[in-house]
Design a protein around this ligand. Structure first.
Ligand code: FAD
Length: 378
């Protein structure tokens, strides 16, 4: 029997793949999306309820325009689906005096782009947002347009809306092989399919599926914990506490107010623990919890708060922490989106749109040269 043929197959329907599927289906293409687990799950990089969205991006100016475009697309998706995914509750970047550059750099970006922002001190933050308990000499930058995205809901909504546009979706079916050719073959345990173009968005599994990416991506195990305040729970509500990123001598922590009633979420951003996808330790240890509790105790009115939940999530780090987006260096009808280095979720709708444009040969309005797959692939 002949394999079923598509214009485009998307492998992996997490953050990026779900968005790519949506934009492809919306363009009227015949598309198939294949996901190894359920649509949204807790094994990859998009689980744990929330992701930060921010705009004064100091990781590289090329990200700022993409963040602004992503916000428009999140809002389009909300209008179309009726779901509320983007919550602009405000965001605060905080640093101790020795790590001021982590606040000064975003301030420069905000000034360049004329983004609404405020520069405030630790004691002013404590007065305005009583969840915080910061030393007076810490300084901070407040961006009102920052906030959080509901991350599993974003993935589910992209897939559901793609299906409304006619996309076919297969879940709980891992792709075992991709055989390049003019009609690329995509093989799962049970079936084979062909497509003119294939887009691979396999997250932390990217180099397992495409070993030629092994020099490009290191997987890192990252832990987050949810704290339940003992009292004054209202000061941790999203209308009273912004999302935050805090830099001190131990690195950078980030977190969220109690967005959904499940507690205040705190994680450590720059603690990279390299691991392998098949052997990653998915159990949160007491040591993991102690490292995160240090931030809760020191900088918030959360001393003694119980950790009511915790989770292991995976970053796919590239050597330069820039993303990998573009055509496979050896197969120009296969496109890769991977290596989102712990900061990709907010961009997912714009990356989905870029992938659609690459697949149909349309112009892309962003400079993709910093993201070239060829920089790490032979
Ligand atoms: C703890 C944590 C906090 C983060 N915080 C932020 C934040 O605040 N803001 C932000 O912007 N970003 C944040 N990130 C980063 C962001 O979540 C990731 O960059 C983003 O989710 C990566 O998307 P992805 O599509 O590459 O991976 P995923 O969303 O994991 O999707 C990959 C998908 O491919 C599927 N797949 C893999 N192999 C196969 C196969 N062979 N066959 C079929 N399916 C397959 C997987 O099952 C998975 O569903 C955070 C990440 C973590 C872990």
């Amino acid at each position: 029997m002949k394999n079923k043929h598509y214009d485009v197959i998307v492998v992996g329907l997490g953050s990026m793949g779900s968005a790519a599927l949506y934009h492809l289906a919306k363009s009227g293409l015949k598309v198939l999306g294949i996901e190894q687990f359920s649509i949204s799950h807790d094994q990859g990089s998009h689980h744990g309820e929330t992701r930060i969205i921010r705009f004064a991006y100091d990781e590289g100016m090329h990200y700022v325009d993409m963040a602004l475009a992503a916000r428009e697309l999140w809002q389009d998706l909300e209008r179309q689906s009726g779901e509320k995914i983007y919550h602009p509750i405000g965001g605060i970047y905080i640093a101790d005096p020795e790590h001021g550059r982590f606040v000064d750099n975003p301030i420069k970006v905000a000034q360049t782009y004329k983004f609404e922002h405020e520069i405030i001190r630790g004691d002013q933050i404590n007065a305005r947002f009583p969840a915080f308990n910061l030393p007076k000499n810490f300084h901070a930058f407040y961006e009102p347009a920052s906030g959080y995205l509901l991350s599993e809901l974003g993935v589910e909504t992209h897939v559901k809306q793609a299906e409304e546009y006619g996309a076919e979706v297969i879940s709980n079916a891992g792709v075992r092989a991709i055989n390049p050719g003019p009609q690329t073959e995509v093989i799962t345990d049970k079936h084979a399919y062909t497509a003119d173009k294939v887009i691979v968005c396999a997250g932390a599994w990217s180099s397992k599926l495409m070993p030629e990416l092994s020099k490009a991506i290191t997987i890192s195990r990252n832990v987050v914990c949810w704290f339940k305040p003992d009292s004054s729970t209202e000061i941790f509500n999203p209308d009273k506490m912004p999302i935050f990123i805090l830099s001190d001598e131990n690195g950078a922590a980030y977190g969220f107010p109690d967005c959904t009633g499940g507690g205040v979420k705190i994680g450590i951003h720059d603690e990279f623990s390299p691991t392998e996808i098949d052997t990653v330790n998915r159990t949160v240890s007491d040591e993991d919890k102690t490292r995160i509790r240090r931030y809760a105790d020191k900088y918030f009115n959360l001393a003694g708060a119980k950790i009511i939940d915790s989770s292991v999530c995976l970053y796919s780090m590239t050597p330069d922490k820039d993303f990998i987006i573009g055509a496979h260096p050896k197969h120009d009808n296969i496109f890769i989106a991977a290596g989102f280095s712990g900061h990709g979720y907010k961009f997912s709708p714009v990356i989905g749109q870029i992938l659609k444009n690459l697949a149909v040969g349309a112009d892309v309005e962003f400079d993709l040269s910093p993201f070239s797959p060829a920089r790490f692939m032979d």
